[in-house]
Ligand binder design. Structure first.
Ligand code: ZN
Length: 262
């Protein structure tokens, strides 16, 4: 990606609850993907070029050409994980290995793509009781916490997610949540797979206006910038390498005693 080119962001949403539950439709009339797109565009302006994709579109809105033109993907799913075609999961995984960033939001912990990338069950405890959540910053100075003041931020009413969260040990732990019911949870976790950066961010239950919260929006925008591809290209293919001719001549091929087994 050339400098000054906008980051190409694809926001994927299964887009089910917003169409079949009035309570969710009220909070996200155009869908969670559109709310996230508006928030990112408002915050990052010309730094990003945002598109959305949903489950019911052909190839779930993420055919190969869209994936190839995506630097960072956001993923929100809950009710329809099983309806995501394995073939598209393969393709998204490959793009992550090649360097595409992936931000898995809330119930995407159970999505096929997140579980594939983690290699563990990714299950957790949960309770839908509108509890207060306090998200403690455990990585001050990390780009994902840019602009946050104070040691924590709070969401007044959330679905609880509690440990044990069956993920591999995160590379970096950015937030730990405490809930008024007593549970704690690793709410902001980073991973790398291949060349790609992955951020899991817990907030976002569909019946609470979580993605309208300014701090949550800021964290997601920060994460998009953090997850952008960086560094060298991906060299993930196996290949048979011939030894340099010079070293063959100077080493064993020049020594007949080493040919006994050949
Ligand atoms: Zn939820």
């Amino acid at each position: 990606m050339a400098a000054n080119q906008p980051l190409r962001v694809t926001i994927w949403n299964e887009f089910v609850h917003e169409r079949n539950k009035d309570a969710v439709k009220t909070i996200y009339p155009d869908g969670i993907h559109v709310a996230l797109a508006q928030s990112l565009t408002r915050q990052l302006g010309e730094q990003v070029q945002v598109r959305t994709a949903t489950l019911d579109e052909p190839q779930h809105g993420i055919p190969d050409d869209v994936l190839a033109a995506t630097d960072v993907m956001l993923w929100w799913g809950h009710a329809a994980h099983d309806r995501v075609a394995d073939e598209r999961v393969d393709a998204v995984q490959q793009r992550v290995l090649e360097g595409m960033g992936l931000i898995a939001l809330h119930s995407a912990h159970a999505s096929k793509i997140f579980r594939r990338l983690m290699g563990t069950g990714c299950m957790l405890r949960w309770r839908e009781a509108g509890e207060k959540e306090r998200l403690w910053i455990t990585a001050p100075g990390h780009p994902i916490t840019e602009g946050l003041s104070g040691e924590y931020f709070e969401l007044p009413a959330t679905e609880m997610y509690g440990e044990f969260f069956d993920i591999p040990s995160p590379e970096e732990l950015i937030f730990i949540s405490w809930f008024s019911g007593g549970e704690v949870f690793r709410s902001g976790c980073t991973f790398r797979r291949g060349r790609g950066k992955i951020f899991y961010f817990r907030p976002g239950h569909e019946t609470f206006p979580i993605y309208h919260d300014a701090t949550v929006q800021r964290v997601i925008a920060n994460a998009v910038r953090w997850a952008a591809p960086s560094g060298s290209p991906y060299f993930g293919q196996s290949r048979n390498i011939e030894p340099p001719l010079e070293s063959i001549q100077r080493s064993h091929l020049a020594d007949p005693s080493l040919h006994r087994h050949g």
